[in-house]
Write a protein that binds this ligand. Structure first.
Ligand code: GAP
Length: 513
């Protein structure tokens, strides 16, 4: 897929009511977006899929909903006040600001692309006898590029780990990375920039308190750890899940809803015995990958990417990356956060945040495995994978969203063939009977063909057409989105045919527990 397809997906989102630019009539607000009538349904379904997979399928995972505003000391304790920074660099000619780490990552991705293209070309040339591993180990051009990549990568990882801003700049200069806009290499120094939004609580006269809009939902879970453990009589290992808004003053905000200033996270902190965290880390990696792959977009679209730079509190971390139209990108992070957060909150609050383990007969500060996924990035990955343009037999093209049925905003389109002769009434009768099971949409405007296209474009898996025969024998034509096949079925069988296929329950059953 290409940037071109990405542009089409962005305009499709607007045209069909999935995502709008925030404050559009005032020319928009950068990196802030609103979800429209279709978008909110898809987003809610994604959230439900995640929430149910956590709290229904795991007896030992419960949910909470903590406030966005929290005591400012929480962000001191979590390290966000001092260390939640991006290294930024400006191009003096274009006056544009970039994240220094992103410039270098993009450079590395370009070398990877070069290598992969070389390998693909050779695979075509040699056909079945091609030995990819051997080619990668022996081809001089591949080896040269790989060596260059490894060298830059090693310097980059070290510079990040040492927070060495001068070295980051030096890598950009040495790799001759140019500003994509001005094309020049006239760069400023690299500076750190804190990403938290701050506001004031209380009136200034009384001495207002500086508070932050939370940059992650996780801290609301940590500070409620004992409340939940005690009131829920939870035994370790157990998890607390939360879905909610987070805010980051992203400087390089681009790629639509991939990097936003206001976004939503689905986070789960799993509290375990110290020493058992790496086993649980491996387990949650597997569980979360299964959750993604159950959507049926193909396992080749996902990969793990282990972190080059481990945060000071983590002893293992990986991302689940998804192949977006602009390359493999992080959708979810899985982190083994040790006891850093709980211990730090103990220190700053002066309150004990320990667990008494009856089996071990001792108290300890639990270790934590975190799974953290952005709702909006998940939304973008689902849309990118589902979006397809097809040329049909009659030469016409159709745009179809091949959404997993359980996630589709509308499950059934109900279309009377004509707007008269009692067909609209019959169609409404069908909706009235089915609306308790799933979301239906009535549409009587334009030809049936056009109406099918509209439903395809929003990903509706089923449509039924009500015609004159329906009045006589209570049957309708059902049409399937993906195959476009049609068949005649009894109206009273519709619930049986559709309910199972669109149910969240059946999607959840594919991942078990
Ligand atoms: N509590 C851990 C944490 O917040 P993170 O890797 O910074 O970790 C987790 O964020 C997830 O949140 C990311 O994998 C991504 O899906 C989402 N996310 C982070 N920043 C985002 C942004 N500016 N816009 C949209 N989603 C974002």
């Amino acid at each position: 897929m290409s940037e071109d397809v990405f542009k089409k997906i962005v305009s499709h989102c607007k045209e069909y009511g999935f995502v709008f630019q925030s404050s559009e009539i005032y020319d928009g607000l950068s990196a802030v977006y609103d979800y429209g009538q279709m978008g909110v349904e898809l987003k809610n379904n994604i959230k439900k899929y995640w929430w149910d997979s956590m709290v229904l399928l795991n007896e030992n995972v419960v949910g909470i909903d903590s406030a966005i505003f929290m005591h400012p000391t929480i962000w001191k304790a979590s390290g966000h006040v001092d260390a939640f920074n991006d290294p930024l660099i400006d191009n003096k000619d274009s006056k544009k600001r970039y994240r220094a780490d992103v410039l270098i990552e993009d450079y590395l991705a370009k070398i990877d692309d070069k290598i992969n293209k070389e390998v693909e070309k050779a695979a075509k040339r040699f056909g079945e006898s091609f030995d990819e591993a051997m080619y990668r180990q022996t081809n001089p051009r591949v080896l040269e590029n790989q060596k260059k990549r490894d060298e830059v990568h090693a310097r980059f990882a070290k510079a990040l780990n040492d927070t060495n801003l001068e070295e980051l700049r030096q890598i950009i200069l040495d790799c001759e990375i140019a500003d994509p806009i001005s094309g020049t290499r006239n760069w400023t120094e690299v500076r750190q920039f804190n990403l938290m939004f701050a506001t004031e609580m209380g009136s200034t006269a009384d001495g207002a308190m500086k508070v932050y809009l939370r940059p992650e939902t996780a801290q609301g879970i940590f500070v409620n750890f004992l409340n939940v453990q005690k009131t829920g009589r939870m035994k370790i290992p157990f998890g607390i899940a939360q879905i909610g808004k987070a805010f980051r003053n992203e400087i390089v905000a681009r790629q639509f809803i991939f990097r936003m200033r206001e976004f939503e996270q689905m986070e789960m902190q799993f509290f375990v015995r110290p020493g058992e965290e790496l086993d649980w880390f491996a387990k949650w990696k597997e569980v979360r990958m299964k959750w993604h792959q159950a959507l049926g977009f193909g396992s080749q679209k996902y990969r793990f990417h282990d972190h080059d730079k481990l945060a000071h509190y983590a002893n293992a971390a990986t991302d689940i990356e998804f192949e977006m139209p602009f390359g493999f990108k992080e959708v979810e992070g899985i982190h083994s956060r040790t006891d850093f957060d709980l211990s730090s909150h103990e220190k700053y609050s002066g309150k004990k945040l320990q667990y008494f383990d009856p089996e071990l007969n001792k108290s300890y500060t639990p270790y934590v495995i975190e799974t953290s996924i952005g709702v909006d990035r998940m939304f973008l990955s689902v849309l990118s994978a589902a979006y397809a343009e097809e040329v049909l037999e009659d030469g016409e093209t159709r745009v179809v969203l091949r959404l997993p049925s359980a996630l589709a905003p509308i499950k059934l389109g109900v279309l009377p063939l004509v707007k008269k002769d009692g067909l609209p009434e019959k169609a409404r009768e069908i909706i009235d009977a089915l609306k308790f099971d799933f979301k239906c949409q009535y549409d009587e405007k334009d030809s049936i063909g056009k109406r099918y296209r509209r439903q395809d474009a929003i990903g509706t898996p089923y449509c039924v057409t009500v015609d004159h025969q329906s009045l006589e024998d209570n049957t309708v034509t059902i049409r399937y989105r993906d195959s476009m096949e049609q068949e005649r079925v009894a109206i009273d069988k519709l619930s049986d045919i559709i309910s199972d296929k669109v149910s969240m329950k059946n999607l959840l059953k594919t991942i078990g527990s």
